[in-house]
Design a protein around this ligand. Structure first.
Ligand SMILES: O=C1NC(=O)[C@@H](c2ccccc2)S1
Ligand SMILES: [Zn+2]
Length: 259
């Protein structure tokens, strides 16, 4: 127990429902989920994802105590996501990562029983309908999160600027300037996706996320992910396994924009 949630044996995902977040157990659209590719339905009406990101809108990188996060200036439509299943413009607010203590697990979503070593989340909010992130996070169509699987293989040059910044971000609440970073560089060449209605994967677990899970993973080098694992949740508490396991599907429909 203890006052704040985390990923440990006493405050991790299995305890969140008793730490003030009953939706963790009672919710109808909790995330992440296991995606069974054969059960996902091809929908020809799904549009391609349209990303228009301004690298100048990146502001800072920080150790939030639960992840490493890059924040963007979301006071105007500088970096936006449209298309896919979305109605309107969703502004990029931040991206962050989830990863494991070893390469065999660490992703939040699972595809056909396969866990990846990590997962990148690009968090956007519906700035056309809502006036701020705080309002959007309470709405069923408030957020859109792009999830990208991380596969340990060759080193990924696009991650290098992030990896190099980690040395100064070991401790919780540390923060550095992080300018002129293009989030597009982190995406795979193919933007085919699965989509379903879900939730935040951390408390407050609000059921306000339209998930866009990319089919194609991106690589991360063994040396690069090793540096992620040197971060800390707190003093002498390595930041690893900061992921929530899959939640009941509860008969949700998963669609895909590819055959
Ligand atoms: O995709 C997600 N990953 C997380 O850590 C959750 C979250 C929680 C609060 C704000 C933004 C995102 S939702
Ligand atoms: Zn996340």
């Amino acid at each position: 127990s203890g006052c704040s949630w985390g990923y440990g044996p006493k405050n991790g995902p299995d305890h969140w429902h008793e730490m003030g977040f009953p939706i963790a157990k009672e919710g109808a659209r909790q995330s992440p989920i296991e995606i069974k590719s054969q059960e996902a339905k091809y929908d020809c009406n799904l549009k391609p994802l349209n990303l228009s990101y301004d690298p100048a809108s990146s502001k800072s990188i920080s150790n939030t105590g639960v992840s490493i996060q890059v924040d963007f200036d979301d006071c105007s439509d500088r970096s936006v996501l449209t298309g896919g299943p979305l109605c309107g413009k969703y502004r990029l607010r931040q991206f962050h990562f989830h990863w494991g203590a070893c390469d065999g697990h660490g992703s939040e979503h699972v595809i056909d029983g396969k866990n990846f070593a990590g997962e990148l989340h690009l968090v956007h909010w519906n700035a056309e309908k809502y006036s701020c992130f705080g309002d959007a996070v309470k709405a069923p169509d408030g957020l859109a999160v792009i999830a990208v699987f991380l596969k340990v293989c060759d080193s990924n040059p696009a991650l290098q600027k992030i990896v190099c910044s980690l040395e100064c971000l070991k401790s919780k609440d540390s923060k550095s300037e992080f300018k002129d970073f293009s989030p597009c560089s982190l995406l795979p060449s193919c933007l085919q996706y699965y989509t379903y209605l879900g939730s935040l994967t951390t408390p407050p677990l609000c059921e306000s996320v339209i998930w866009l899970v990319l089919k194609e993973p991106v690589t991360i080098g063994a040396d690069q992910i090793a540096k992620f694992r040197c971060l800390e949740f707190g003093p002498n508490d390595p930041m690893v396994n900061n992921y929530r396991p899959p939640q009941p599907s509860k008969c949700r429909e998963i669609r895909k924009n590819f055959e």
